[in-house]
Each structure stands twice: as structure tokens, then as C-alpha cells.
Design a protein around this ligand. Structure first.
Ligand code: FES
Length: 163
């Protein structure tokens, strides 16, 4: 079976109990995706599967034959950062940085969900205009834990890209 990882075809022939997270880190050398809890609690391992965010510790690599997997390495490079990566830098949206790849993958999926109409906004301002608020970003990003507590800056970074 094969998975498309950041646009490259990768064969998977290992133990069928291998999590997608372990396959990415150990077999593909894509260590940008982090292992925090390994139990679906922290969001550090968030990647995109066919554009949808998922905790890669909770799914098996063998379940993703033909799927398009995007990790933080597939979003941008040091020379050409994704707008979310650049915004996290300019807003200090991290301290230790361990959760950052998962935060950025999750934020990308969230913004894509809203832009694509797959999810609806729940907030509106006083004029009744529907828009993304700090509270809504915090709620939609609640699956990604930051032990350093950089949440205000993370929200700032996401809102900058959303506008
Ligand atoms: Fe997957 Fe924490 S490592 S949710």
C-alpha cells in the first residue's frame, strides 16, 4: 500500500499496528510531527489527511492507502514559510515550540474548513456581520494544548492570517 506524504508516494509495508505518527517520524524521518501524549489528548501530532486535521497517534498507517497526508514539512520551508508559519513567528506564537507543528496544521485545517464552507461561523459582531472572533478561534483550536500557555499569541497569529 502507498500513502502520499507531502506530495511524495511512500510505501508502507510494516507492522499493521504502526500508528501513522510512528510511521511519519520513524519510517519517513518527518520528525516535525510531535509525539506528546500518544493518546489523543494534546494535539501535538496533528496532521492533515485529505485536508482534514487528525491526531496521527490515533490512527494506523495501514488505514490510509491512497490518502494525501500533509505534515508541517509539507506546508512551508525556512525560505518560503506558509503564512501561518510566518504569523506564528511574528506574533511569538510559541515558547518551547513543541506543540507548534500541530497548532499550525490544526489552524490550517480550521481556516480551510471555514473558507470552504465545511464549517460555519458561530459569532457575529454588533452589526450582525459574521466573522471569526478570538473566542471562536480558541474554541476551534481547543484540541491543541500548549503547556507554555502561548494561547493569546497563537490566536493573534491565526486571526492575522484569517483576515
Ligand atoms: Fe497525539 Fe497527543 S500525541 S494527541
Amino acid at each position: 500500500m502507498k500513502l502520499s506524504i507531502n506530495g511524495e508516494q511512500r510505501a508502507f509495508e510494516g507492522d499493521t499496528r504502526t500508528s501513522l505518527l510512528d510511521f511519519l517520524r520513524r519510517d519517513c524521518g518527518l520528525t516535525g510531527t510531535k509525539k506528546g501524549c500518544d493518546h489523543g489528548q494534546c494535539g501535538a501530532c496533528t496532521v492533515l489527511i485529505n485536508g482534514v486535521r487528525i491526531n496521527s497517534c490515533l490512527t494506523l498507517a495501514v488505514m490510509h492507502d491512497g490518502d494525501e497526508i500533509t505534515t508541517i514539512e509539507g506546508l512551508g520551508t525556512m525560505d518560503q514559510m506558509h503564512p501561518l508559519q510566518a504569523a506564528f513567528v511574528s506574533h511569538d506564537g510559541y515558547q518551547c515550540g513543541y506543540c507548534t507543528p500541530g497548532q499550525i496544521c490544526s489552524a490550517k485545517a480550521m481556516l480551510d474548513e471555514l473558507a470552504g464552507g465545511w464549517a460555519s461561523f458561530v459569532s457575529s459582531d454588533l452589526e450582525g456581520e459574521v466573522r471569526l472572533t478570538r473566542e471562536e478561534v480558541a474554541e476551534r483550536m481547543s484540541g491543541n494544548i500548549c503547556r507554555c500557555g502561548a494561547y493569546p499569541n497563537i490566536v493573534d497569529a491565526i486571526l492575522e492570517v484569517a483576515e
